[in-house]
Design a protein around this ligand. Sequence first.
Ligand code: F6R
Length: 365
Amino acid sequence: EKQGFEHYMLKEIFEQPKTIMDTMRGRILREEGLVKLGGLAEVEDKLMHAGRIIIVASGTSWHAGLIGEYLLEEFCRIPVEVEYASEFRYRNPIINENDIIIAISQSGETADTLAALREGKHKGALVLGIVNAVGSTIARETHAGVYIHAGPEIGVASTKAFTSQVTALVLITILIARKKYMSVVQGKQMLDDLQKIPANVEKILAQNDYIRELAETYYSQRNFLYLGRGYNFPVALEGALKLKEISYIHAEGYPAAEMKHGPIALIDENMPVVFIATQDAIYDKVISNIQEVKARKGRVICVANEGDEQIEKHADHVIYIPYTCKALTPLLSVIPLQLLAYHIAVLRGCDVDQPRNLAKSVTVE
Ligand code: F6R
């Protein structure tokens, strides 16, 4: 049921404070700064000694996987590859002895992701799942895994599953990192930050009317560029995917610094650029990318941290989000991009819950 919301997608966007909480529920031992994941209990040692983690997924789940790469490499110091399942399955991939494959899938039925995990399993890898649909094929065929507990996702565009996938990846990261390089204090700090995410998502959702107004300014554009760096690079990809799939506006996501290597040629007054420019070590670099866009008459929408007033000098519009540690930023920065895509699509008269040509679960290749 839509519970008073006009579309399932909007309902699911607004559910995120709860669904992120549901992904964490019962899995956090705050005092010890530890994470408990029953579904991985038997493979914890193997995870800790993994030589490499290969994440296989498609679409939005692949974007969550990219965030997983940043998390696992930074905090667990395990090399990670993130593979499109469709490419991995046919490439005769190299699997070494201590490699672990993690398949990420909302539906648990995506044909390519399933085939990729079967291929990995056949070559002897331990295969884990991060899945929403309980009892789905991917959940059944993996050796072990984590359910995200986001509840049924009806809107074809994935929203709450994405934030729960990222939450699950944060939990797995802390699980492994605490056995390796992460201290109890660091573990506690990250878990405290994670537990504040739902309330912070709530604050962003409270700006829904403002984001709808922004959508009114931009909905008739034909192209959009999304740029972010670090943990926000996958968010840029996800923001662009949300927009294109439900509004049919052409949109591309790039790592902000790649702009110079091609996309900058596209920039003029008809190419709005969405920047994710939260406060972190590479903030200044993002600001100079913004200036480069402004110098070419591009219109700039920025997702920035509350209190960052200097950004208003550079951007045409700013959406403020609460500050959190950089590794958790995607859980917040993606929310305004989901809402922006939603409102633009509605203003264009698109069927947001059932976009043309798309199926909720892609069970054929
Ligand atoms: C985008 C979207 C798709 C799915 C992709 C994978 O909003 O929904 O890109 O993310 O088809 O689906 P799952 O996660 O079910 O394997």
